[in-house]
Design a protein around this ligand. Sequence first.
Ligand code: GLN
Length: 399
Amino acid sequence: MNQTSATPPAATQRGISTRVAQFTESVIREMTRLAMEYDAVNLAQGFPDFPAPDFIKEAAVRAVRDDINQYAVTWGDPELRAAIAEKYRRWYGMEVGDRHVTVCCGSTEAMISTLIAVLNPGDETVVFEPFYENYGPDSILSGAAPRFVTLRPSAGGWSFDRAELAAAFNPNTRAIIVNTPNNPTGKVFTRAELEFIRDLCVEWDCLAITDEIYEHIVYDGREHIPMATIAGMAERTITISGISKTFSVTGWRVGWALSPERLAGGIRKVHDFLTVGAPAPLQIAAAHALNTGDDYCRRLGADYAARRARTIPALQRAGFPCASPEGAYYVRSDGTPFLGLCPGEEFARWLVREIGVATVPGSSFYHDPARGAAQTRFCFSKTDATLDAAVARLARLRL
Ligand code: GLN
């Protein structure tokens, strides 16, 4: 008997790290794969199925032809960093320069690079729940422990209990993650709410790390207010955004973190060793879009409002109770009677298989999956034809 094969070397028995074993794969990305497998209409992952605007595509083609095809400066092509800083000055009156900008592979990488750069094991973060699922694994990877504060729906929109938020802060708290406009609730944080969060950040000497990727998708005359513009927060805020949602180019992976200069060096180092840099020609195209796309950005809310108007009454008629989001491009249904067809978390997988519509199960937005088990998230960043096809398939649920 071959003793060596009976006792393989220890290394071959090793598996994944305890850190990585603490989280599962992304349910949002899994739902897109399932949609492809079952040829379902994909209202799961948040990306448009309509073309990106010509002006950004043409700029990308030009950049490739001009041979902008090698590494850009690690923390971002100077042209793009200047365009980003100029955009924040123009739109929000922020006093920032290119030294504050780190260009990353999407806001996803900007978020994880930031968290790794500013958090230590044993630190705590405050995260509003429901939350975009990345913040969970991001916190684990950075070694910090998230503390969740509940966002609750009410007639006047989603809100949080101020006492509950205040109680989440303690001497270990280093940062709060604020996603506005919010995924999945559609909440747009008000100035009063941001000021309340500011007071807590000052009291506990914390950073605000914001995810503002839906900054131009707000409805009904609402205004997106960057946390960094709240008095006293410029020095405490890392503003994360990108071109993905605004210009319908989620596959390009161009985003950024805008931070106080004292933090930019750390974020840039993490970013450099994670990815070296975002795609060089697409950075040049992004700079062009930011420099010339203000009117396009101003029209975006109205464009998405029309998609929202098409989607929500149709979903309600199909039997999914849902309310209008204030921003972003998701609608969340709570407690459809069809959930009884299939137990809680499995409903979304059943829906994609049997009805041919992919959604995201509400459970992926909660640290305790049971809390979201009655919820379903639909993305309406889709053509009319896609939205209509989804609704027609959902109508079969009633039969
Ligand atoms: N933000 C998108 C969503 O919630 C997904 C983004 C991604 O998959 N990277 O669906």
